[in-house]
Design a protein around this ligand. Structure first.
Ligand SMILES: [Zn+2]
Length: 273
């Protein structure tokens, strides 16, 4: 409930209705002028945060947060520390553990990141948690989901509808955009995006002071599980196999792993939560 309240507060802080209306009209004018002929609207950071906010609210409707304030605060502390080491430290980064038994984690545009209780309970140290959160942070830094949404929107919404979807939060076109965005979590990203997020995740976790083997350790644990385990179905459907990801990490990240593999794992601090 607290994260939902925080999300609602973010929405309230965005603008008063009058300001919102004014800005919306201005956007419409600009968009109309821009969109004569073709639809190539770029999603700016404010729109990215708004779209992500609406997607996060929808996802939280499907699976609520674990009702443990201590756990949610801890995951936010770890996640925000990691995010503060990146080139987008000023996004409204927000982290949550969803009350779901499956093993999964995902990033929403604008800096909303969720992991499931099932995955959290499989972890053994803060460096593992950090590795997984840093992978998701990598997706937000490179705007992987946002670009996929934009690509699909450009294909399915005509020029005016697309600019309306981006500028008007109340429009049917925006609803369509957000619905598509959330459906994407059942389909997954391109394999190259996942491999890039693994590499970024290892670098970010190392930069934040964690044992760089945190993410590989989680992938090894997943690899050791029975692939028929129903809790793994969605993750395995939407990601390359753990073996493939570990192979890519091994072939490209060995120097980083060796240089930062001795940093703290913080297993006890993790267990305390
Ligand atoms: Zn990913």
């Amino acid at each position: 409930m607290r994260a939902l309240a925080a999300l609602a507060l973010l929405a309230l802080a965005a603008a008063s209705p009058a300001e919102a209306q004014f800005r919306l009209d201005i956007n419409r004018l600009i968009d109309t002028a821009k969109n004569v002929g073709r639809a190539t609207a770029e999603i700016d950071e404010k729109q990215e945060i708004e779209i992500g906010h609406d997607m996060a609210a929808r996802l939280l409707g499907a699976a609520p947060l674990v009702p443990s304030e201590a756990m949610q605060r801890y995951v936010n502390q770890v996640g925000r520390w990691l995010a503060s080491q990146t080139e987008r430290p000023d996004l409204p980064w927000s982290f949550g553990v969803l009350d779901a038994p499956q093993l999964n984690a995902f990033a929403v545009p604008g800096g909303y990141i969720f992991i499931t209780r099932g995955l959290f309970e499989r972890m053994r140290s803060e460096s593992e948690l950090g590795g997984v959160l840093a992978h998701e942070i990598g997706h937000v830094l490179r705007k992987h989901h946002l670009k996929a949404i934009q690509k699909n929107a450009q294909a399915s919404l005509a020029g005016d509808a697309l600019s309306l979807a981006l500028s008007d939060r109340g429009s049917a076109a925006r609803d369509k955009l957000v619905a598509f965005g959330t459906e994407m979590y059942a389909r997954g990203l391109d394999k190259s995006d996942e491999i890039e997020a693994d590499r970024l995740g290892i670098v970010i976790a190392a930069r934040a002071g964690y044992d760089a083997y945190g993410l590989p350790a989680v992938l090894q644990a997943l690899q050791a599980m029975n692939p028929e385990d129903s809790g793994l179905a969605l993750m395995f459907k939407t990601h390359p196999t753990p073996a493939e990801r570990l192979g890519e990490i091994e072939s490209r990240m060995q120097p980083t792993l060796e240089a930062y593999g001795g940093q703290p794992q913080l297993a006890e601090r993790f267990r305390a939560h």
